[in-house]
Ligand binder design. Structure first.
Ligand SMILES: Cc1cc2nc3c(=O)[nH]c(=O)nc-3n(C[C@H](O)[C@H](O)[C@H](O)COP(=O)(O)OP(=O)(O)OC[C@H]3O[C@@H](n4cnc5c(N)ncnc54)[C@H](O)[C@@H]3O)c2cc1C
Length: 513
């Protein structure tokens, strides 16, 4: 099958869905291609932890390097938002200027002020509840009030307050009241397995649903394996994809947008090498796949004499501490960290235990209903050697090389994460835990790999996600991040995508694209 449209978007996740809605509203014909299936959450994703296997990226990848990274990627119409936990804080002003403020990382070509109107817009369109907290980038209001803290969050907040910090209910994209036609949360605790009530905002139940009503087409089980390039026009001309039966299709488009997340977007560019771009499409800088960012994190568990039943309620972020986020020159590390409440369903709890074994492990499992948990979440600085490349040996079921991830934390990352872990343990003790256990240490989230910048020699895209090399090829997912910050990434990725979509619409109306 061959089809011709104005815009083809690869990936129906957080940013792809948003771009589809925005560009459809601007009158463009849009097709979104998604590798995963289309689920009906109330039917397909009800009350089973095993569901997360259906909606988390489940194709092979190769992990190398000294430290482990869990890219936290989704699959299916809705992408990562099907399984994410909805914590949606704004980045801070100095997050965009780490080099000028602390001499580490790099400055972004955009500032907080560039994104502020888009943060505001996305929070309203998507539906975010909560407070901006005691140290926001600027005071701001969210469209829904905060959720009442669960008992788990109250236990953690009490210790945090006793220790002199200011815990608060952070922004979270789960309805605290009926909003935009979706119901209020019933606190069933299945957020990560796919919200069965639609109270959690996903790309599927917000942007994509609206885009499809206006004529956008979302094709699921469509794996894009090549972006087509015409050297005569110096333009991307569309994409090739394989359907579930392995049949080949082509979509021709004036504009190609990659929104496949920070692992699959660079993989696709590397798979799309051609005589004009032998090292990967739009990779004249050689930076496609480099500077893979993630958050160095530790799980910190505290077990109490009384039942906590932390699995009741929203899984993550019913309480956050951001008092240690601001850089402080008295620290022996740069940047900052946050603490987030995080209690998971039983199998994930068992997996996040780290290396407890034998009787210790048995006791840890037994303690589940008595246990509270902080997720200590720090910033990992950009490192050119942290990469996504094509694995030379392992192929997917289509015969295509899979992504190979290489990661190593450097000294600052390790020190910062350790400070976050120790602070979480201190707060847990102040809450009255009788036993504190340090669980898994891993790199969470995936960002970077096609970073934005003003210089075409050292970055892949400009501030609007437009590749320096090919003016009708855009990237609008978390791969464009320059630094990872210590905060959850999705709201910022969506704000960037919203700004990129406005830029594309304007360029089209001026006849520039
Ligand atoms: C368990 C979990 C919890 C999380 N919790 C939070 C949280 O609380 N807060 C937060 O900010 N973030 C959270 N995240 C991360 C969040 O999901 C991602 O940051 C976000 O979804 C990234 O958006 P994206 O548009 O870049 O990519 P995604 O939303 O991942 O969408 C990319 C889509 O592209 C598809 N795709 C990939 N390759 C191809 C291809 N070649 N052809 C066709 N389709 C393709 C994928 O299947 C996927 O659906 C969490 C993630 C997980 C897994």
């Amino acid at each position: 099958m061959t089809m011709a449209v104005d815009v083809v978007i690869v990936g129906a996740g957080a940013t792809g869905g948003l771009a589809a809605k925005n560009l459809t509203d601007q009158g463009l014909s849009v097709v979104v291609l998604e590798n995963g299936k289309r689920f009906q959450p109330p039917v397909d994703l009800t009350n089973s932890e095993a569901n997360s296997k259906k909606i988390q990226w489940n194709e092979p990848r190769v992990y190398t390097g000294k430290h482990s990274v869990v890219p936290k990627a989704g699959i299916g119409v809705g992408g990562g938002t099907l399984t994410y936990l909805g914590v949606m804080p704004r980045f801070h002003k100095n997050d965009f200027k780490t080099y000028s403020t602390e001499g580490v990382g790099e400055d972004w070509p955009i500032s907080y002020e560039d994104l502020a109107p888009y943060y505001d817009k996305v929070e309203k369109e998507f539906g975010v509840a909560g407070d901006c907290g005691p140290v926001p980038p600027e005071p701001y209001e969210l469209p829904m009030p905060a959720h009442r803290m669960s008992w788990h969050a109250q236990v953690l907040a009490e210790g945090a307050r006793k220790s002199g910090t200011r815990p608060f209910a952070p922004p979270i994209a789960i309805n605290s009241m009926e909003y935009d036609g979706r119901p209020a949360c019933i606190y069933c605790g299945w957020c990560g397995s796919g919200c069965p009530t639609d109270a959690k905002a996903t790309s599927q139940n917000t942007y994509l649903a609206k885009a499809e009503k206006k004529g956008a087409r979302v094709i699921s089980e469509a794996f894009v394996h090549r972006v087509q390039y015409d050297p005569v026009q110096a333009k991307a001309t569309g994409v090739l994809y394989k359907d579930a039966d392995g049949n080949e299709h082509e979509i021709q488009a004036r504009i190609v947008i990659l929104a496949a997340h920070a692992i699959e977007t660079p993989r696709l560019l590397l798979l799309s090498s051609c005589p004009s771009f032998p090292e990967g499409l739009a990779n004249s800088s050689g930076t496609v796949g480099k500077y893979l960012l993630s958050h160095p994190t530790w799980m910190v568990f505290g077990t109490f004499d009384e039942l906590v039943n932390a699995y009741k309620g929203i899984q993550m972020g019913q309480v956050m501490v951001q008092d240690f986020y601001q850089p402080n020159r008295h620290n022996d590390y740069a940047r900052g960290y946050i603490l987030l409440s995080y209690m998971m369903t039983p199998i994930t709890y068992a997996n996040l235990s780290g290396d407890f074994i034998g009787a210790d492990y048995k006791e840890f499992l037994y303690d589940y209903p008595y246990t509270a948990a902080w997720w200590a979440h720090a910033e990992g600085l950009p490192n050119e050697n942290n990469t996504v490349t094509l694995d030379p040996d392992v192929k997917d079921h289509r015969g295509l090389p899979v992504a190979r991830l290489t990661t190593e934390w450097l000294e600052n990352d390790i020190k910062l994460a350790a400070a976050a872990r120790d602070k979480a343990a201190e707060l847990m003790e102040a809450s009255g835990a009788r036993k504190i256990r340090i669980g898994l240490n891993y790199g969470a989230h995936a960002m970077g790999t096609c970073r934005m910048g003003d210089e075409s020699a050292s970055s892949v895209v400009n501030e609007y996600g437009q590749t320096h090399d090919i003016n009708n090829l855009f990237i609008c997912d978390t791969s464009v991040f320059v630094t990872g910050t210590g905060l959850n990434p999705t709201l910022t990725a969506m704000a960037i995508a919203s700004r990129a979509a406005d830029f594309i619409g304007e360029a089209v109306s001026k006849g520039e694209l």
